[in-house]
Design a protein around this ligand. Structure first.
Ligand SMILES: [Fe+2]
Length: 297
């Protein structure tokens, strides 16, 4: 496979503003579908890293970081892939995750919100439409997810299915190779950059902006098989996602600026799950008002 080094835009968040080197960089990042975000100096990643290393291990009484496998409302064993992961929505962060992880996840989620606002502004979506266009996600409502993934090297399977993220904005922390994105007609490795999150846009933002002069790309990505390497730990990653609530509708902004309804978020997610994972978790990532606080399987 022919690969080339992907040139990604770099940004920082300073005083609630998303700043790039040039005024055109955000536009380029939106068109490319991903960019690098400097992790703030004060940010403590350790709780997330510890959770990824331990969540799948048997429970012990001395730690809240282990023993997640039996918690089948938030733990998913992907039978066709190496990955096993936690997916926890915001309403359960405080009760299900260790306190230090919750603090980290809230900080990541807040960064995602700044990015979503900046993207909507750059796309030219009128601010009066932001709340309805995002199902409230832009102001902290909607569905906010945290995921922690572990790649089991003993499985000779792809790491993670090829997919587009479903929501608006994803922040990903990873420190090992394996991520690939579909760029210019081929799969290209996306190497982690120490000190940076990888940010990518999701299908809801792509749909929303498809008819606008600038439209966002929800980049297709996957994780290749990650073999056991001598002296190296298993691959892990963690991420936050900003999505509309399952009860919302997905929209497309028309060239004159008004919103056109496309499909319900729930129908969209069910179709995505069928196509992507092809396993028993048909309601993965769908948190309806009826299922909040109860298992969604
Ligand atoms: Fe993804």
């Amino acid at each position: 496979m022919k690969t080339h080094k992907i040139n990604m835009q770099r940004a920082i968040i300073y005083q609630d503003a998303l700043l790039f080197k040039t005024p055109f960089s955000l536009r380029a990042a939106i068109e490319q579908g991903l960019f690098l975000l400097k992790i703030p100096e004060t940010f403590n990643l350790e709780p997330g890293i510890k959770l990824c290393r331990e969540f799948y291990l048997p429970a012990t009484s001395s730690t809240r970081y282990r023993g997640f496998r039996p918690q089948t409302d938030i733990y998913f064993d992907r039978e066709h892939f190496q990955t096993e992961h936690l997916l926890v929505d915001k309403t359960r962060w405080a009760t299900r995750l260790p306190g230090a992880v919750v603090k980290m996840v809230l900080a990541m989620d807040a960064l995602g919100q700044v990015i979503l606002q900046a993207a909507l502004r750059e796309l030219g979506v009128a601010q009066a439409l932001w709340a309805s266009a995002s199902g409230g996600a832009v102001t902290g409502q909607g569905t906010h997810w945290f995921a922690a993934s572990h790649y089991r090297p003993e499985r000779h399977l792809p790491g993670c299915a090829e997919h587009q993220d479903t929501g608006f904005v994803t922040l990903l922390y990873t420190r090992q190779s394996g991520l690939e994105a579909f760029i210019d007609g081929g799969w290209q490795p996306i190497e982690p950059e120490p000190g940076y999150f990888i940010v990518n846009f999701g299908a809801c933002l792509e749909l929303l902006s498809a008819q606008l002069p600038l439209s966002a790309r929800a980049i297709k990505h996957r994780v290749r098989e990650c073999p056991a390497l001598p002296g190296q730990e298993d691959r892990f990653s963690f991420a936050t996602f900003i999505n509309p609530p399952a009860s919302a509708d997905l929209y497309e902004v028309q060239p004159l600026g008004e919103l056109r309804r496309l499909i319900s978020a729930e129908a969209f997610l069910r179709r995505f799950n069928e196509r992507t994972w092809q396993d028993r978790h048909a309601s993965f990532g769908i948190l309806s008002e009826q299922t909040q606080g109860t298992p969604n399987e």
